[in-house]
Design a protein around this ligand. Structure first.
Ligand SMILES: C[S@@+](CC[C@H](N)C(=O)[O-])C[C@H]1O[C@@H](n2cnc3c(N)ncnc32)[C@H](O)[C@@H]1O
Length: 268
């Protein structure tokens, strides 16, 4: 029998967890391009007003527009990292049918966004976060920073962190009830690598287990891998060839670039 859905655990401390700024280099580049746009726009205003370059007045609006768009995009990306993705995290996790005793894996957990969200829904079980902790993918990314968030959010008794690569998950077949991943797999730049990662995720998911993948790119590709025969895991996992109930939802514009959410269940 399924026990009632457990309520999310309350926060243990008034210190706030820091879930990092995603794609920090992109945010910085957008700010710099935006500021350069404003600077050239202002220079055009001055040059056309004092008669130095009268034709420069035609460039004022285009440069100020470019500056505005890039700075706005950078600000929205920071808002997405600080506020938007926490709201989205709570929405997608609330939509999963939690029992409260699941074994959960967050692939590419970064600062622990989904990992901690899942752990707060557990009374037993375990939530494991796996990552390579790449700083170019998330500012200040490290196992230590994630563990600090785990402690701030009061879930250290339910969480483990592991160093590892999504393409070679260091777990046995059929190990997890729920596997989560947010904005991580697109950081694997070759298609074969991403396909291997999705197949690895399915391999370590238990029959009947649920999968939730969020990403800004390649979600159709992930869905195709889930829907097609996936020999790398079906060899291990007893011949089942495709995931059930593969659904792609979205878009969500938390990071300006549309994010899509994929959910699926492994045949039991
Ligand atoms: C944009 S961050 C997202 C982190 C977290 N899931 C979140 O939503 O805040 C992407 C994360 O994926 C991790 N990552 C990238 N490639 C990976 C791989 N092949 N295996 C495991 N983690 C990976 C990065 O180190 C980084 O922590």
């Amino acid at each position: 029998m399924t026990s009632p859905k457990p309520a999310a655990r309350p926060l243990a401390s008034c210190k706030r967890a820091n879930y990092g700024i995603d794609a920090p280099d992109v945010v910085l580049r957008f700010f710099l391009i935006g500021l350069a746009g404003f600077a050239v726009g202002l220079a055009c205003i001055l040059a056309s007003r004092n008669g130095l370059l009268p034709w420069a007045r035609f460039l004022i609006a285009p440069f100020l527009n470019v500056g505005f768009c890039f700075v706005l995009t950078a600000l929205v990306m920071i808002w997405g990292s600080k506020i938007g993705k926490l709201r989205l995290r709570d929405r997608v996790l609330d939509a999963l049918p939690w029992r409260g005793d699941e074994f959960v894996l967050d692939v590419g957990c970064g600062h622990g966004l989904l990992l901690i969200g899942a752990a707060r829904r557990l009374r037993g079980g375990k939530a494991i976060g796996l990552d390579l902790w790449q700083k170019q993918d998330q500012a200040g990314n490290s196992r230590e920073a994630t563990w600090q968030n785990v402690e701030i959010e009061g879930v250290a008794d339910r969480v483990e962190l592991k160093d590892g690569d999504a393409r070679a998950l260091p777990f046995p077949d059929n190990a997890f009830d729920v596997i989560l991943s947010s904005w991580a797999l697109h950081n694997i730049y070759d298609q074969a690598g991403r396909e291997t990662a999705v197949q690895e995720i399915v391999r370590v998911l238990k029959p009947g287990g649920r999968l939730l993948l969020m990403d800004i790119r390649h979600t159709k590709e992930y869905a195709r891998v889930l829907q097609l025969a996936a020999p790398k895991w079906s060899d291990h996992a007893g011949g089942a060839a495709q995931m059930r109930d593969v659904k792609r939802a979205g878009p969500n514009f938390t990071f300006v670039i549309p994010s899509f959410t994929l959910t699926a269940t492994k045949p039991g």
